[in-house]
Design a binder for this molecule. Structure first.
Ligand code: SAT
Ligand code: MN
Length: 586
C-alpha cells in the first residue's frame, strides 16, 4: 500500500496537534469493523440489538444537544467573503484556523485517533474522489464504513497523488458552544469539532460530497447536487433515469425506493442513490450521474412497510440505528412503525416511555445507517463507473400552497430559475424551528460551498455545454386542501407523476401552457385505481394568479440579496415570469 508522503506529513502534524494516546490506520476490513464495534460496545457508545431479529444491528444514542445539523455553526472559509455569498456563514481562513485549532489542541488526549481513508464514488471510476478523515469517534468510523468505500480501496485509488480532501474531526467536548464545522474549499480541507451527528461529523457526506464538491465542480466543469437518482423501468422493459433535489427530510429516500402501486402493472423503480448526485456531461452531450455514497443515512420515523417496504427490508441487518426508541426485546421502535410499541419502551434519551407520554419515543430526526447493497430495489447500474444518463431533473419542496403537484419548465434556463426560486418548510433535519418557510434553492441552501448566485451561473453554463440536457420539472407532494389535509396520496402513487414526466421527455404527455410552465391536463396523470376526484386534481394543478403575483414580488427581493452576482439569465426568467403572470387572465 503506498501512502503519499504529504498525507503522512499531514497526519503527523495532526497527531502533534490533537495528542491522541494512539493512532489506528483503518483498512476497511471486516475484522477491523468487528474489533472497533466491540470496543464501541465496551465503552457504551453502541449497544448490540437482538442479533436474532436484527443481525449485525447496533443502537446509538447521541448527546441530546447533538441530534441534527447545526447550520448556524457551519462556515465556508474562503479568502474573499463574497465567494461564500450571502447565504453562507463566513469566516476568513486565518481566523477560522486560529480559533478552531485552539479547540483541536489536545482534544484527543486519552482517546484513539483513527485515520479513515475513503472513496466517494464507485471503485475504478474516474469521477470518484478520495478523502481522508481523522476522527476520535468509533461511531463515526463505523458509519463512514457503511456510507463510503472506506479503507485500502481509497489509498489504491489515490496512488501516489496527494489530491484528496483533508477531513479533520473530533468530538471535542460535544458542547454547541465549542462546535464548528469549517470548510476551506480553496485548500480542499474540512475541520469539524464538537459534534458526533451525521451531517456534522460524517465528513464524506454533506461536507465533502456537497460543499467541497460543489466548489470543485465549478472549477472542474461538473456538478455536485443534493439529489436522489432513480431508474424507472416501463412495461416495455426500458429504463430511464431521473434525479431529484428535495430538502432534507422531504421524502428523497422514499421516492428513491418507490414501489409501484398494484394498478400500474409492469413498472419498476430502481434505486441508484437517495441523497447526493455527482453529474457530468458525457461525450454524447447528455448529463450522467453517479451516487458518491455507498449507504443510506435515512430518517427513521414514518418508515414502514406501507411507506417504504424497500427501506424496511434494507434496515433489517447490518444497520446502525441512532436516536430511535428501544424495546425490551432489544428491537427498535419509532413513530409510524408497522407494529404497536408494546410495553416497556425506552425513548431516544434513555427514559421510560408510553403512548401517553407527551414526548416522542424516537427523535424526529432519528436515523438509520445501512449499506446500499442491501436494498432490494438497488439498481444493477448503481456502481457503474460511468454513471447513468439522466432524462429529467426534479425540483421538489414542501409547500402547502401555491405550488402545483407538477409542472415542466420551458427549457434549461427556465428550469434553473425554478430551482433558484425554490422555498420549503423547514424540517427536523436541522436544528431550529420546524415548518417555517425559507428559500432553499435546488435544496442546496445549507450545502453550497460558494456564492449561491455564482452557482446558478454554473448551472446555466453547464446547460450551454449540453446538446441533450435533461428536462427540468417542479414537483410538490405536499399541497393541502381546505381541510389542511394533503391532497395527493404520495409514496408509491408518485409513480403516476413520474410516468407523466417520462411521457413529456419522449415528446408525449398532455400539457397546458400556463404562465409558470407546462402543467398536465386534468386527465394527463394516470389515476387508474386511485380514488382521487376531479375536484382534488384541479386543486392540485391550480395556478392561482393572485398567489403568483405575490410570489414574483418575493422572488425579486430574494435575488436582490445577491447583488450583481445574479446571472442575467436568471433576471431574464424572473422578468419573463412577471410579464406572463401579470398579463394572464383567469
Ligand atoms: O445530517 S445529514 O446532513 O447527513 C442528513 C440530512 O440532513 O440530509
Ligand atoms: Mn440530504
Amino acid at each position: 500500500m503506498t501512502i503519499s508522503e504529504s498525507a503522512k506529513r499531514w497526519i503527523q502534524e495532526l497527531t502533534a496537534l490533537c495528542q491522541p494516546d494512539d493512532v489506528t490506520w483503518c483498512d476497511g476490513s471486516e475484522a477491523e469493523r468487528d474489533r472497533i464495534t466491540k470496543e464501541a460496545v465496551e465503552r457504551g457508545e453502541l449497544m448490540p440489538l437482538s442479533q436474532d431479529k436484527l443481525p449485525g444491528c447496533y443502537y446509538h444514542r447521541s448527546h441530546p444537544t447533538d441530534v441534527a445539523r447545526t447550520e448556524h455553526l457551519t462556515f465556508i472559509c474562503t479568502k474573499d467573503k463574497e465567494d461564500a455569498g450571502p447565504t453562507n456563514n463566513w469566516m476568513s481562513p486565518g481566523d477560522a484556523r486560529e480559533k478552531v485549532a485552539k479547540l483541536f489542541k489536545g482534544s484527543m488526549r486519552g482517546r484513539t485517533m483513527f485515520v479513515v481513508p475513503f472513496l466517494m464514488g464507485p471503485v475504478g471510476s474516474r469521477f470518484s474522489k478520495v478523502g481522508v478523515q481523522i476522527t476520535d469517534s468509533r461511531y463515526v468510523v463505523l458509519n463512514m464504513r457503511i456510507m463510503t468505500r472506506m479503507g485500502n480501496a481509497a489509498w489504491e485509488h489515490l496512488g501516489s497523488s496527494d489530491d484528496f480532501t483533508r477531513c479533520l474531526h473530533s468530538l471535542g467536548d460535544l458542547s454547541p458552544d465549542r462546535r464548528y464545522i469549517c470548510h476551506f474549499p480553496e485548500d480542499n480541507e474540512i475541520w469539524s469539532i464538537g459534534s458526533g451527528y451525521g451531517g456534522n461529523a460524517l465528513l464524506g457526506k454533506k461536507c465533502l460530497a456537497l460543499r467541497i464538491a460543489s466548489f470543485l465542480g465549478r472549477k472542474e466543469g461538473w456538478m455536485a447536487e443534493h439529489m436522489l437518482i432513480l431508474g424507472i423501468q416501463n412495461p416495455e422493459g426500458e429504463t430511464h433515469y431521473i434525479t431529484g433535489a428535495f430538502p432534507s427530510a422531504c421524502g428523497k429516500t422514499n421516492l428513491a425506493m418507490l414501489v409501484p402501486p398494484a394498478m400500474l402493472k409492469g413498472w419498476k423503480v430502481w434505486t441508484v442513490g437517495d441523497d447526493i448526485a455527482w453529474l457530468r456531461i458525457g461525450d454524447d452531450g447528455r448529463l450522467w450521474a453517479i451516487n458518491p455514497e455507498a449507504g443510506f443515512f435515512g430518517v427513521v420515523p414514518g418508515t414502514s412497510s406501507k411507506t417504504n417496504p424497500n427501506a424496511m427490508a434494507t434496515i433489517g441487518r447490518n444497520t446502525i440505528y441512532t436516536n430511535v426508541a428501544l424495546r425490551p426485546d432489544k428491537t427498535v421502535w419509532w413513530e409510524g412503525h408497522d407494529e404497536p410499541p408494546g410495553p416497556g419502551v425506552i425513548d431516544w434519551q434513555g427514559k421510560p416511555w408510553s403512548p401517553e407520554s407527551s414526548e416522542k419515543a424516537a427523535h424526529p430526526n432519528s436515523r438509520f445507517t445501512a449499506p446500499a447493497s442491501q436494498c432490494p430495489s438497488i439498481s444493477p447500474e448503481w456502481e457503474n463507473p460511468q454513471g447513468v444518463p439522466i432524462s429529467a431533473i426534479l425540483f421538489g419542496a414542501r409547500r402547502q400552497r401555491v405550488m402545483p403537484l407538477i409542472y415542466q419548465s420551458f427549457n434549461w434556463q427556465h428550469g434553473t430559475f425554478l430551482g433558484a426560486t425554490m422555498s420549503s418548510e423547514t424540517t427536523a433535519a436541522a436544528v431550529g424551528k420546524v415548518g417555517v418557510m425559507r428559500r432553499d434553492p435546488m435544496a442546496m441552501l445549507p450545502f453550497c460551498g460558494y456564492n449561491m448566485a455564482d452557482y446558478w451561473g454554473h448551472w446555466l453554463a453547464m446547460g450551454r455545454r449540453m446538446t441533450s440536457p435533461p428536462k427540468i420539472f417542479r414537483v410538490n407532494w405536499f399541497r393541502t386542501g381546505e381541510n389542511g389535509k394533503f391532497l395527493w396520496p404520495g409514496f408509491g402513487d408518485n409513480l403516476r407523476v413520474l410516468k407523466w414526466i417520462l411521457e413529456r421527455c419522449q415528446g408525449r404527455g398532455e400539457a397546458v401552457e400556463t404562465p409558470i410552465g407546462y402543467v398536465p391536463g386534468k386527465n394527463a396523470i394516470d389515476r387508474a385505481g386511485l380514488d382521487l376526484p376531479d375536484s382534488a386534481m384541479e386543486q392540485l394543478l391550480k395556478v392561482d394568479r393572485a398567489e403568483w403575483i405575490e410570489a414574483v414580488h418575493g422572488q425579486h427581493e430574494w435575488f436582490e440579496k445577491f447583488g450583481d452576482h445574479v446571472p442575467p439569465g436568471i433576471w431574464e426568467e424572473h422578468e419573463a415570469l412577471a410579464r406572463r403572470v401579470v398579463s394572464s387572465h383567469e
